[in-house]
Unconditional design. Structure first.
Length: 367
């Protein structure tokens, strides 16, 4: 069961993916809990976007639905029980992939019926559908499973509704929450779940995953994609789809060219990114600016030498580092992150949000 399935255009939805690369240690831990019959009733999977959290959630759900959490011997004796693997040919895999398994519910952002576009949050009405599901009797021997993707996208009413289920969990149900931004969750939601964190993929695992996806880039682009995506294959493919490599060059050129920031160039790019239909490009620009600031902060904090992604970037990083203390750049990163979040949630003027970042940088450098 699913309230709404948002298909990712670049690669299959996680419910259709059979492999998980780069998170073997955590998967073994979850498989061990399942095989001992000690799987927690509420799990929170944390980590950046696009690194496999939802894929892990669906692997766990399929495994539990095949009675893996009952402590019974594996239904697949010829398979390694150190993983959550369920064969593609298995009926559970097929029913989950087709969204027809009666004991699985996916709570995701739905569609605005007026505009036809995806909502920017999970609403209370959608959360109520999950509450109805949790009251049902399981169709099989395994518990009912609800996947909330992503929990930090719930509005306050929806979050409070889910909190009640966590405080008084049904004995025959399991909740798997996914979060990209755990600080946006209610603290009580985090405390009611057992937390598991996925880390960014290594360069080697990143290459393996990306090469296996539709629209995979040529080898020469993998290093810069790994840096800009921060080890996230999902983000890497989004960068490719929205021409993020060219956009990153444009953004950094504004920051490093000339003695001062050329605001005529800033306004021209802001006009382009704020046009109707450019929402994804705007989001990509903001994420890339956050990545650039993070690179600056990391370099300043640890004194590490960063790979230069475009010509002149390394010298600019040193100039920025010398202009202000580290805490000033960290505060700018936090402010930009919050403004970007509000721009998505309450539809702030994208052009002003974009320009305000460069104004803040200019003030720090030359103010």
């Amino acid at each position: 069961m699913s309230n709404k399935a948002v298909q990712t255009e670049n690669f299959p939805h996680p419910r259709e993916v059979s492999e998980l690369i780069g998170h073997e240690t955590l998967e073994r831990k979850l498989a061990e809990l399942c095989n001992l019959g000690r799987v927690p009733p509420a799990i929170l999977i944390l980590g950046p976007k696009g690194i496999g959290k939802a894929t892990l959630a669906y692997r766990l759900a399929r495994y539990v639905l095949t009675a893996g959490a009952t402590g019974v011997m594996s239904m697949f004796p010829d398979q390694d029980r150190d993983s959550l693997y369920v064969p593609l040919k298995d009926e559970v895999f097929s029913r989950v992939a087709s969204q027809v398994h009666p004991d699985l519910f996916a709570l995701e952002k739905g569609t605005n019926l007026r505009t036809g576009l995806e909502r920017n949050e999970i609403t209370i009405d959608e959360a109520r559908e999950l509450q109805k599901f949790l009251k049902l009797t399981p169709a099989g021997f395994a518990p009912k499973i609800a996947i909330i993707d992503a929990a930090d996208e719930m509005n306050l009413n929806a979050a409070n509704s889910i909190l009640k289920s966590l405080e008084e969990p049904p004995g025959d149900a399991m909740l798997i929450l996914i979060s990209h931004a755990p600080r946006r969750l209610l603290p009580t939601i985090r405390s009611r779940c057992q937390n598991f964190t996925l880390r960014p993929l290594s360069r080697q695992n990143f290459g393996v995953v990306v090469h296996g996806m539709k629209g995979a880039p040529e080898e020469s682009k993998l290093d810069i994609l790994w840096e800009l995506s921060q080890g996230s294959p999902g983000r890497a493919l989004a960068i490719l789809r929205y021409d993020g490599l060219k956009l990153y060059t444009q953004l950094v050129q504004i920051l490093i060219t000339g003695p001062t920031i050329d605001f005529s160039v800033v306004h021209a790019l802001a006009d382009t990114l704020s046009k109707k239909g450019s929402e994804h490009r705007f989001a990509m620009a903001m994420e890339l600016l956050l990545v650039w600031l993070k690179r600056l902060i990391t370099n300043s904090a640890y004194g590490t030498s960063l790979s230069c992604l475009i010509e002149g970037e390394e010298q600019a990083l040193r100039r920025f580092h010398g202009a202000r203390r580290l805490d000033h750049w960290a505060e700018l990163w936090e402010n930009l992150n919050q403004r970007f979040y509000r721009a998505e949630k309450v539809h702030l003027d994208r052009k002003q949000v974009f320009i305000s970042f460069f104004s803040a940088v200019s003030d720090l450098l030359y103010g």
